[in-house]
Design a protein around this ligand. Structure first.
Ligand code: C2E
Ligand code: MG
Ligand code: MG
Ligand code: MG
Length: 291
């Protein structure tokens, strides 16, 4: 009886795997044709100075709209793109678009730094440095306006290779940010070994910070660490005015999150830039940020 049940369960499970393989295969095909048809998009989410409320930069986030016009989350397709190698052309597209759009803004007099997410697979790929250099040359964007976001996982992979890549980027003048800081790697020694400019506090800490003593303690520790090591600090996932006030009073310089704006198509992001510079409201104790 037990054996039979086991076999049944196995059969059930295996057809489950079949359908998930079929689904992944389907997604992979869709991703390939989306690339060919040029239907990936890049959205931008502002990064805001916590004291002045002015926009100091933006994060580029890839978007994929399916045939029905629905956005598919990068969380759902980036892992498959990494496994299939499609992350290389997708990542190149995002970097090209981000550099090009940022150079447009700079021509209009907006000196903004663009942050681009780099997957570990992409970072460790042999063509990475060359691709970044070519993209900067083609777009005309100066390297100091480009920031690359990597995760702690990269730093644990191939230390001497990673060191070489990071130093080359730093020599070019490109900035390096550690994304989702606090969720990955526990050995903080890498912070002195690698040339890093920015820590981005993971949004999971920000979401609970007003209700959870451990989260506020972790945030305070990260802020102290960033100050001691002279790193810029960004808090991501800021959704409420209370979180923003609290982060500001802890001296977190830069905030990013739905409170200010969702990620927007380039045209809308540019409109937002114009709106907010013509009517900037100083973020006093009781005043809201813009939006
Ligand atoms: P991430 O780099 O940590 O990006 C922040 C994510 O948080 C984005 O999700 C953003 O839309 C979302 N977010 C921003 N503000 C808030 C907020 O106030 N509350 C909440 N709950 N979420 C907020 P998104 O765009 O879905 O991207 C998810 C992840 O996918 C990114 O996390 C990044 O790891 C990856 N990703 C996105 N675009 C790219 C890309 O072009 N290349 C690579 N390699 N990865 C990307
Ligand atoms: Mg990021
Ligand atoms: Mg993040
Ligand atoms: Mg991330």
């Amino acid at each position: 009886q037990a054996k039979l049940e086991g076999r049944n369960r196995f059969r059930f499970f295996s057809s489950d795997i079949d359908s998930s393989i079929r689904h992944r295969h389907f997604l992979e095909q869709q991703m390939r044709s989306a690339l060919e048809d040029g239907i990936f998009e890049v959205f931008y989410q502002p990064k805001v100075d916590s004291k002045s409320a002015s926009i100091v930069g933006m994060e580029a986030l890839v978007r994929w709209r399916d045939a029905n016009g629905c956005l598919i989350s990068p969380m759902d397709f980036i892992p498959l793109a990494e496994e299939t190698g499609l992350i290389i052309p997708i990542g190149k597209f995002v970097l090209q678009k981000a550099c090009h759009d940022t150079q447009e803004l700079i021509k209009e007099g907006r000196q903004l730094v663009v942050s681009v997410n780099i997957s570990t697979v992409q970072f460790l790929h042999e063509s990475f440095l060359q691709m970044v250099n070519n993209t900067l040359l083609e777009s005309g964007l100066r390297p100091e306006f480009l920031e690359l976001e990597i995760t702690e996982g990269v730093l644990a992979k191939d230390i001497s290779h990673t060191q070489h890549i990071l130093s080359s980027l730093r020599e070019r003048g490109i900035r390096i940010a550690i994304d989702d800081f606090g969720t990955g790697y526990s050995n903080l020694a890498y912070l002195k070994r690698f040339p890093i400019d920015v820590l981005k506090i993971d949004k999971s800490f920000v979401h609970e910070m007003l209700f959870n003593k451990s989260d506020i303690a972790i945030i305070e520790a990260i802020i102290n660490l960033a100050q001691a090591l002279d790193l810029e600090l960004v808090a991501e996932g800021v959704e409420t005015q209370e979180q923003a006030n609290s982060l500001r009073s802890l001296n977190c310089q830069i905030l990013q999150g739905y409170l200010f704006s969702r990620p927007l198509p380039f045209i809308e992001f540019r409109d937002l830039l114009w709106e907010t510079t013509t009517s900037i409201e100083a973020p006093g104790k009781h005043s809201r940020y813009w939006r």
